[in-house]
Ligand binder design. Structure first.
Ligand code: AMP
Ligand code: MG
Length: 398
């Protein structure tokens, strides 16, 4: 079977994945969630005209005259009277503006002696006042639909006094690892065994991507054990298995899953690493069969699974951001598979990105994965590249 181009594989994944239902969340649990509807403000902010500085509320026409301080307006407690010509009211940042006054003079620009006030400087009428609604108005859209909420959005929504709103549900993802060689982290590692690092990797990736990761365990490379574990895939929105998708004698997962309902959409993509990735429909849910080498699995995650998880949560152009950077060394011509090289980029003093892929590219190597901050993309069959040439990068750690 010819290898499927990466772009076609991604299109097929996204085409087959649906956005999940929505649910109501409290603002206190909303960080990282994706809005399902526009969030509108319940109030106008500031709700009243307020002083932007500590100083004195006055009439601008009075500023050349000595004034008498007749009262005070604090944040949370306004001056109840109406300012008359010849008067000033002490006022603090955030305090309601004083009726009758049209300007706030900052305290650094006055001389005060008991209740007598001389203004030394005041540039313009209306200075240092925050108008009512100067931030936003009641019913104004604070955050549009399909936005991933960060701390700044949370503050804005809170200021609009919206305590609950609608977001997309978090995808529940079942994770299965396979391999007779695997022991769990923290256990005694017997001879010929290695630690299962892919389950912690995928648990963390799913969480980082807004999903709920469910570890259904590690199956031995036997049909019985794989079948027993597959039976645990219930009530989830996605299923990911890791290992056993290549062509070795013990790579049995695809055949066993087919017996249990898997319909394969594609197997083998024109990419390196990650060629043997499987994608399909497992009884109504999207299924990824990831290769076992950690960097291969990660590259498949970055290209296919992350955009799928984002689409499920309403983020339609989801995925790691891409950019371009100038090569710091030569590269040989591209092959018949897109090569995703672990690399590091940095910015020079002009703000231009420079990238180097001098890390080892063994797909079994985890240290280089953890220490890289981007994937340098060598497109299909591109000619040899020289120092300074622009290449595409996928930024995995901004
Ligand atoms: P496989 O895709 O099953 O042929 O595995 C390819 C390589 O990845 C082998 O060296 C496996 O030992 C390794 N591998 C598979 N699964 C895991 C895992 N969960 N954690 C760490 N390494 C793994
Ligand atoms: Mg294996």
């Amino acid at each position: 079977m010819a290898l499927l181009p990466v772009t076609d594989a991604l299109a097929r994944v996204l085409n087959s994945v649906s956005t999940l239902d929505t649910e109501t969340v409290s603002i206190h649990d909303a960080l990282g969630r994706i809005t399902a509807k526009d969030i509108r403000s319940n109030l106008t902010q500031p709700p009243f005209a307020a002083s932007a500085m500590d100083g004195y509320a006055v009439l601008y026409d009075d500023i050349s005259n000595p004034l008498k301080v007749v009262g005070e307006s604090q944040a949370g407690l306004s001056y109840t009277g109406t300012l008359k010509s010849g008067e000033a009211v002490r006022i603090f940042t955030g305090a309601p503006m004083v009726d009758g006054a049209d300007t706030v003079v900052i305290q650094e620009n006055v001389n005060r002696d008991d209740d007598q006030l001389i203004i030394n400087e005041c540039k313009a009428r209306g200075s240092n006042i925050r108008a009512a609604g100067s931030d936003f108005m009641v019913d104004e859209v604070l955050v549009e639909a399909n936005i991933k909420l960060d701390a700044r959005h949370i503050a804005l929504i809170a200021a609009g006094n919206v305590a609950e709103f609608t977001v997309y549900k978090r995808p529940k993802v079942a994770i299965l690892s396979t391999g007779d060689e695997l022991c769990e982290v923290g256990s005694k590692i017997g001879p010929d065994k290695i630690v299962n690092s892919n389950v912690p990797l995928f648990m963390a990736l799913v969480k980082e991507s807004g999903g709920i990761a469910i570890n259904i365990g590690t199956a031995k490379d036997t049909a019985e054990d794989v079948k027993a574990k597959i039976a645990l895939v219930k009530d989830v929105d996605m299923f990911v298995s890791i290992g056993g998708v290549s062509v070795g004698d013990y790579d049995i997962i695809q055949d066993i899953l087919k017996e249990s309902g898997l319909k394969v959409e594609f197997w083998k993509v024109a990419m390196m690493p990650g060629k043997p990735v499987v994608y399909g429909d497992f009884n109504g849910i999207p299924y990824f069969g990831m290769p076992g080498n950690p960097s291969s699995a990660y590259v498949c995650f970055a290209n296919f699974m992350l955009p799928a998880l984002y689409k499920m949560q309403g983020l339609l152009d989801g995925g790691f951001p891409t950019s371009h950077a100038r090569l710091e060394h030569k590269l040989k011509q591209g092959s018949s598979r897109v090569n995703y090289m672990r690399a590091t980029y940095h910015e020079n003093e002009l703000g231009e990105k420079l990238v180097s892929s001098t890390l080892t590219q063994s797909s079994a190597n985890l240290k280089t994965l953890a220490r890289s901050n981007c994937l340098l993309v060598r497109e299909l069959k591109v000619p040899e590249a020289n120092i300074g040439d622009l290449v595409r990068i996928i930024i995995i750690k901004p």
